[in-house]
Design a binder for this molecule. Sequence first.
Ligand code: ARG
Length: 577
Amino acid sequence: MDFRRAIAELLSARTGLPADTLEASVEVPPQFELGDYAFPCFPLAKTLRKAPPAIAAELASKLAEGAPFLDRVQAVGGYLNFFLDRGVFVGTVVADALAAGPRIGATEEGAGKTVIVEFSSPNIAKPFHIGHAFTTILGQSVAKLYTHLGYPVVRMNHLGDYGTQFGKLIVAYGRWGDEAALLEAPIRELLRIYVKFHDEAKADLALETEARARFLALEEGNAPEMALWKRFRDLSLLEFARVYDRMGIAFDNYNGESYYSDRIPAVVDLLRAKGLLEESEGAQVVKLDEEGLPPCIVLKSDGATIYASRDIASALYRKETYGFYKNIYVVGTPQALHFRQVFAVLKKAGFAWADDCVHVGFGLVKFADRKLSTRAGEVIFLDELLAESVAKTREIIDRNAEPRDTDMSEQERVEVAEKVVIGAVQYMFLRNGRDRDIVFSWEEMLDFDGATGPYAMYTYARGRSVLSKGALEGASAADATPEDLARMGGDDEAAVARLLYGFGDAVHRAVEANEPFLLTRQVAGIARAFNKFYNNESILSAPDAGLRRARIALTEAVCTALKTGLDLLGIAAVERM
Ligand code: ARG
């Protein structure tokens, strides 16, 4: 039930004004003592030809009649303050949550509006580093959030599978490549020769020239270069697929930068036909002075295509293929300028939909004393990081396991540790606004009592454990009658219900700002409120049978909300831990 709407309808019935207009004015007061909702009567003064305090007083006396969800309505000055009936509120929220099930907070408002979410987009032949973990986790959640609101979502992985670095790799592989090592651990071997290339190129300037020539040969479709490039790509993709599988991620479209290389001539023709292309120091550029941006280079002086031209081609392809409503790029904030340029070129070329392209940036990931750069060869491999985390989590789980869970088999412990770790890492990336830098810390990430993934997951498992004990005694959430549910008028119950009630709103706000952390906060809030309720009140040994049924239902609603919330963050909940 939408209480704000219900209040607007009551007001509408009494004043004859449209409920939609009234609803927009129904507010949530800053303080609790002022009620659950408030309505300022000032805008009504003109139509009703009365002073606001008089309107408020008159309406207050009539509104609560026949509206069982209202406890009372107070007139204070020109304001109406609405106090919901606590029991009815909690009961309605719980009943609604149970009816919605995993679709809690879901809508169909996005039906027919395709949203492209491009995320992850690692570079072939380079390790999947921690910055790529950020886009992967953030993008996955953004995609899930849109899906929850009914938008058809296309998950794109714009692989960095092209560019001058492939010229370097081809040269390096010819000189120093080790076939056996390539098959054994492809990315590691490719990284080794890439680093070697840069070391050698300091002394041997001819290497860079040769690399450029090899890249041009690749662009022209020369067979030996093509064959090597394809091998590098295929082997790298296998490695990426392992990480994606582990995180439960799948893409609908893997067209990387190479896919667009054939489409560049058409882009160049189009920009030229619109009179946008100019020559500058031998390169072909689109000037963006009016937009206050540096020129966007489309073709280099040697005729090679670059990153930006491939992005322009890709945006055109996305519009043609999917007719998107929104085209989202989840890419680090250091590339903000690049995207502004690309979108500005599209706008200049007359594509109004350039305004539907959105860059969703994010901050840096820092470790206490390590720097991340492929060239220096000092990267954090995500798989190594996860392996280290699994070991640490396993220690904590073994230490923490409550007596009832000592019957967990070794295999289950291993599986749980794996899921908890992945969840802990995912949660850490989605805990704060995406622009904030993240300082990676084990202690924080795995703190079972903090605002962490393990804490939310643990709360879910705790709720499930109550429910399965209840089930053994033959009790289930479905047994609770509306009268039972309406008996939950306690502070702790109301606090849980308020957060459950805000779930849908949190999903909306997260989608509007492309900020999953707004949902993370809601999930954390629900977990915290439920634990408080759990510690203060008895569930299975509640004072009487009716209250017991109601609290079991509340627990079930919390579990549903936590599971869905975690899922929208990309985290798989575990039934026990
Ligand atoms: N491969 C690039 C990198 O790792 C990110 C690609 C971003 N997406 C795009 N459409 N340009 O930095």
